[in-house]
Design a protein around this ligand. Structure first.
Ligand code: SIN
Ligand code: CO
Length: 419
């Protein structure tokens, strides 16, 4: 394919706020409201022409390509801070990146696929596509993964324990799916392959088509064309054990500050015993009473979840701006340009607090509180908003300036427009 004639699809930014009551081509002509009621976590949905631009181009005798080229994916897969995997299917093998370009097979070679995770944090087009799905809470959102494959490439029949939207962005992929209960895996393989995959549906997805799968639906997608690209928007969430563990761990930390909890157990009433190995009932009762006195308010739970679920993934590296401005230049620049959340940042808030990348940045008592929430909601703040914030940035340890220095928020690029 000659690079000069490659016309990439340019994904549009969605309107703000998202029209969640209106019908969307992306969801097959239903509204996000209806999608969440009828399909989310319930049943698969196949959408032909989810991105109509691909079909329109085809009707006009043109071919639209993925917004991200093989060269860009190769470059991403070569980075230490980007998670990538190569899967070969004959025989099954799995290697982890970073990869040199010579490690990645030619697109025309059969039976391999490369998976690049978290592309939304590194490529503006992937970030835009992920923003189409912001009708689903970000606390549930994991990342946008791109797979690129040679003919017959795939990761084999498997199931995922999370919801996923699979958008076909280049070439065709042959999907087979099944709601089977038998989720046993083949033994001694480097990848998770179902032992007895019995597909009940069989679809070939063309560029621009999309499939939504709820958790635990077995699926197998085989690339039909060289350079087949599937973009997966995944919604993993930790299990209850992880979430509860975190709350218990933080509660334990907080006990350090409670005199009552740090007091020593005492038993002045203990009578002489003929059964010294018997655990004293009074000791059991005293500890049980302390345990029962532990309480978690809704706000405690919400706060812990916001901190935990907004934490960056371990491999995430934030880069401070190349030309780091001092405080006074930053204040001038933000009023001129506006601010954006870094695509690597994750924010979560409730009515009392705002968390960014696991750290508490503001609470509802603070004067700049609603600007943080607006940044979380819209991912950006206009120059006008920034001129109001400017008044609050009066010392070097202000969270706005600190977040800028850390690369968590960035100055908007002057040429970027919404719409
Ligand atoms: C792929 O894109 O090849 C695999 C995605 C998946 O099955 O979850
Ligand atoms: Co899968």
């Amino acid at each position: 394919m000659k690079q000069a004639f490659r016309t990439p699809y340019n994904p549009p930014k969605p309107p703000q706020p998202l029209p969640i009551k209106e019908s969307w081509a992306l969801l097959g002509g239903i509204s996000p409201e209806r999608f969440m009621k009828e399909y989310w976590q319930k049943k698969p949905l196949l959408v032909r022409g989810a991105i109509p631009a691909f079909q329109l181009a085809k009707q006009a005798g043109q071919t639209l390509h993925s917004p991200i080229s093989m060269a860009e994916l190769t470059q991403l897969a070569g980075q230490k801070n980007v998670e990538s995997r190569l899967v070969s299917s004959k025989p099954w093998s799995l290697t982890h990146g970073p990869f040199k370009s010579k490690d990645i097979p030619e697109l025309s070679e059969p039976d391999w696929t490369m998976l690049v995770q978290g592309v939304n944090g590194h490529h503006p087009m992937a970030q835009t596509v992920m923003s189409w799905f912001r009708f689903i809470p970000e606390a549930r959102l994991d990342d946008l993964m791109i797979s690129i494959a040679g003919p017959q490439g795939g990761v084999g029949p498997h199931m995922d324990s999370y919801d996923v939207f699979l958008l076909q962005m280049e070439g065709r992929r042959h999907w087979k799916i099944s709601a089977q209960d038998d989720l046993r895996l083949k033994e001694n393989l480097p990848v998770k392959i179902l032992k007895n995959f019995k597909p009940t549906e069989d679809w070939v997805l063309e560029p621009g088509d999309m499939m939504y799968l709820p958790p635990n639906i077995a699926h197998d997608g085989i690339a039909l064309d060289a350079g087949c690209q599937t973009w997966s928007i995944g919604f993993r969430v930790p299990n209850y054990k992880e979430l509860v563990n975190e709350i218990l761990w933080r509660t334990t930390e907080a006990l350090e500050n409670e005199a009552d909890m740090c007091a020593l157990y005492s038993d002045p009433q203990q009578p002489a015993t003929l059964d010294p190995a018997l655990i004293p009932a009074q000791l059991v009762e005293a500890v049980q009473k302390k345990l029962n006195s532990l309480q978690w308010s809704k706000s405690d739970v919400s706060c812990t979840l916001a901190s935990l679920l907004s934490e960056p993934k371990p491999q995430t590296v934030f880069t401070p701006p190349k030309q780091l401005l001092d405080l006074s230049s930053f204040k001038k620049a933000m009023v001129k340009m506006g601010l954006e959340l870094s695509p690597l940042s994750k924010s979560l808030y409730d009515k009392d607090f705002f968390y960014l990348n696991g750290e508490s940045m503001s609470d509802s008592e603070a004067e700049d509180w609603h600007f943080w929430c607006q940044l979380g909601r819209e991912l950006r703040l206009s120059a006008q908003n920034c001129s109001e914030i400017q008044a609050f940035i009066d010392q070097a340890d202000n969270p706005w300036f600190e977040a800028y220095q850390a690369g968590w928020i960035v100055l908007s690029k002057p040429t970027r427009t919404l719409g």
